[in-house]
Write a protein of this length. Structure first.
Length: 454
């Protein structure tokens, strides 16, 4: 039995009927990898019904032990040449059967990863988030979240961008189109298709708005349960790129494409009681539980920055006066702080402004839950709010390099206590792989500054 999240998802019975009458012929089964990408297989509908629906399918466990280029790399305990690169199972989550209307006759089913003995692959991003949500539920809470992804669109196709070495591309707008209607009209045919395709895929689309960088935009979605929002985030990122490609264009979710404004992924989060009751608000405004949750986020901000900013490029966003945070502080509706508190009563929520567009939503939300629950369990007291310009405050800073964040994460007693040694060691190695690759690279910056003048 499946319990679709809303009436735009399909039940197993509806999918079976659609495959049998020929209106669906392709079933994508996919999970989200360490880098936040959907990975999986396209299955013929008939094969799916006859051989996969009852027990899932399998894939090599190297899929959680590769770099961004899909190269096998050393250092991962769960997957290596010594272990033989065996299989893991893609366990179908039958609550996630979505139509992908930008592909003919296609549905997508998201998966959990389990070993062949059906125990969870605990290093899987979805498993890491589910573990934190289960801890919250045991304490009587459920988490609601929304992710706000910015991206930059280009008139060049992905193939053309590759040939140009991703430089000198033509942005879809030639000036700042923040909140501009005429600016968003320039890309409306593609954006309209993305919005409508995501609505058909079960997401609740709010709006499109322009942003500051040339060609930069944001499509907003209504908040949902944290796992649902993370699932939606992963599907949306993949679909947006696919639809851009179908239009002969490209878009990037890089945290910092150029020296102008970066692309953020502000994450909004709140807790409710498992009975739906408000726990972040009481008769006096913010509840003590809310304060402790935020205090936990601040105390663990450096420990978990690696999961908020997982790439070398992520740290290029953190610049003073850029609307990307540099300071570990909280404020009420203060966009200079890492944590911004907004809303009242039922809408009371925190906004984590540290993540960029390259973030893995499962890992970021898991880190936020782990930090917040740590604050609740330890009864942490929230420091006074910061008022003014946090950029010039001289207070503790968000890590400004991947190496600094890696050190904070791997040496964090809180991270190891809340996420477990296996998870911390796995994602420490992911950082090590990226650092080694970057340190071996010769950049165009070095060539420009050194070729003739040094």
């Amino acid at each position: 039995m499946s319990h679709p999240r809303n009436d735009r998802y399909l039940t197993v019975d509806q999918l079976t009927a659609a495959i049998n009458d020929g209106s669906i012929d392709t079933v994508v089964v996919a999970f989200t990898d360490m880098q936040g990408r959907l990975q999986g297989k396209r299955l013929h509908g008939r094969f799916f019904l006859d051989h996969v629906l009852a027990h899932g399918t399998e894939g090599c466990n190297y899929l959680l032990a590769v770099d961004i280029d899909m190269n096998t790399v050393d250092g991962y305990k769960m997957s290596s040449w010594d272990r033989g690169y065996g299989d893991m199972e893609f366990a179908l989550d039958l609550d996630t059967i979505r139509l992908l209307v930008h592909h003919p006759a296609t549905v997508l089913i998201q998966c959990d990863l389990v070993w062949l003995d059906h125990t969870p692959v605990i290093q899987s991003p979805r498993a890491i988030l589910k573990d934190q949500l289960a801890k919250a539920e045991a304490l009587g809470y459920t988490a609601l979240a929304g992710t706000e992804l910015e991206f930059i669109t280009f008139e060049d196709s992905y193939e053309e961008a590759h040939l140009l070495q991703w430089r000198d591309l033509t942005p879809s707008n030639q000036y700042n189109v923040d909140y501009s209607i005429i600016g968003t009209s320039r890309v409306e045919p593609m954006m309209r298709e993305i919005r409508n395709a995501m609505y058909a895929a079960g997401m609740d689309v709010e709006s499109l708005k322009g942003e500051c960088n040339l060609g930069q935009h944001e499509i907003g979605f209504l908040y949902n349960e944290a796992l649902v929002s993370a699932d939606n985030h992963s599907v949306y990122k993949t679909a947006a790129k696919e639809i851009a490609s179908q239009h002969g264009k490209s878009l990037t979710f890089m945290a910092k494409y150029n020296e102008r404004e970066g692309s953020s992924c502000h994450i909004h989060l709140s807790l409710r009681g498992t009975d739906g009751s408000l726990v972040f608000a009481d008769g006096n405004g913010r509840s003590a539980l809310y304060d402790s949750f935020v205090a936990g986020l601040l105390v663990t901000m450096r420990d978990f920055t690696l999961l908020y900013a997982p790439n070398i490029n992520s740290y290029k966003r953190f610049a003073a006066g850029s609307f990307a945070p540099t300071t570990i502080a909280w404020g009420t509706d203060n966009r200079t702080c890492a944590i911004r508190l907004v809303g009242k009563g039922p809408s009371a929520r925190l906004e984590n402004r540290v993540p960029g567009g390259d973030v893995n939503p499962y890992l970021a939300l898991a880190a936020m839950m782990a930090g917040g629950l740590y604050g609740i369990e330890q009864g942490l007291t929230l420091e006074p709010e910061f008022i003014g310009n946090a950029y010039t405050s001289g207070r503790e800073q968000v890590p400004h390099t991947l190496r600094e964040a890696r050190e904070a994460f791997t040496n964090s007693a809180v991270a190891r206590a809340t996420l477990g040694d296996e998870v911390v060691d796995h994602y420490t190695n992911m950082a090590d792989v990226e650092l080694a690759a970057f340190e071996a690279a010769v950049t165009d910056w070095e060539l420009r500054r050194s070729f003739e003048r040094m």
